[in-house]
Design a protein. Sequence first.
Length: 473
Amino acid sequence: MSDELSNPNYPTNRLGRRKFLKQSAFAIAGTTSVAALLAACGDNTATPAVATTAASGAATTVASATNAGGAPVTLSFLIDDGPTTKDIANALIASYKALHPNVTINVETRPGGTDGDNLVKTRLATGDMPDLFEYNSGSLLQALKPTSTLVDLSKESFIANLADVFIPTVSQSGQIFGVPFGTAFGGGILYNKKVYSQLGLSVPKTWAEFEANNEKIKTAGIIPVIQSYAGSDTWTSQLFVLADYYNVAQARPNFAADYTANKVKFASEPVAMQGFTYLQEGFQKGWYQKDFATTKFEQGLQLLADGKGAHYPMLSAVVTGLQANSPDKINDIGFFGQPSKDATKNGATVWLPAGVYIPKTTKNVAAAKDFLAFIASQAGIDAVSAKVPPTGPYVIKGAKLPDNALASVKDLAAYVDAGKSTPALEFFSPVKGPNLEQICVAVGSGQMTPQQAATNYDQDVAKQAKQLGLPGW
């Protein structure tokens, strides 16, 4: 399991965002051997990347600072000790070594969670960091003070390969510090394509279209929207809220910055409250299955695969969990971004991968940059895909997924390739209250109104922001 699963998303904000990511990750890992690469937290200093220009070009640029006939070079590479992280690193190193036999890359591993986070900070502070290291993108990266500790890559030609949606999460003060390690995944709506075909439905771009589809699905005797609130799976209740951030950012481009600075509240901003409203609507209109309160995540996923339910607000990467029990149905599941009020502004919220960085203390800058260029190339992507089936799109322009990539992965990739995606709110703000899932369960169960939920969540968030010592709180 990759480090993102165990890292706190912000040192004193573990119970909210960390719990969501860890529990969703363990749900994925519990049903498949392919671990989800969950990016831990977002960049609270960058400008939200609401991309409007389609990604173009191809991931073909590879630096030539290290050539096959050069002098021997040895690089050290620090990664977390998760098995998927190791598999990705080993695949990259083996393929790179075949092109550059004079280069040896020695891997060091570190623990996940707080221990690993502290180790990274300590080794950077003492000048003892290896030539390369894998670490979170977003807010945790900002805490490393990258402009002081990491090599700026903004002038390197391979940076042109990076998808627009990824760059802000590895940037600070106009400088860029890393390349993506692994794949992204989306938060939105998983849907059964066979049900859609049988009922003659089209993928909705607006919430009104989604509502209309749900009524037709309900009339056909199929569950319109699956919910799973049983036991430890209450984390699944949050998707209507978290996956709506693309729509929030389209309507309020400065929302993340204002939210972090305590200038805007969920309760006073209708577009931010919308996710709670959607939860209430589903309950009031009878979209959910009757036993949603006692349904587990795995049961919800199986309902979707079996066509007994049409939609499941969920993380796209969980589809791989069907590989063990329903491999013949895995490509019946598609993905679409949470519909908005405006069809012209339809897109998807994404969770982004970790990055690979170079500390300023390295004595092998040119060789380290060359390896990063390989990671950010189609050759690097091919090397990883051959060993670790992608659970989401690569955030590299022009990146080609393998022909056998899952349908849901290809669906999400289309949003990223078209520039119609933005990172989740937590990539731009460390502020997330620990009780969001309980609040969402209350709304989705008809026990709390959206206004009450937003007010309660604002109070929940305030406690966390004060603990973080954020300005304005």
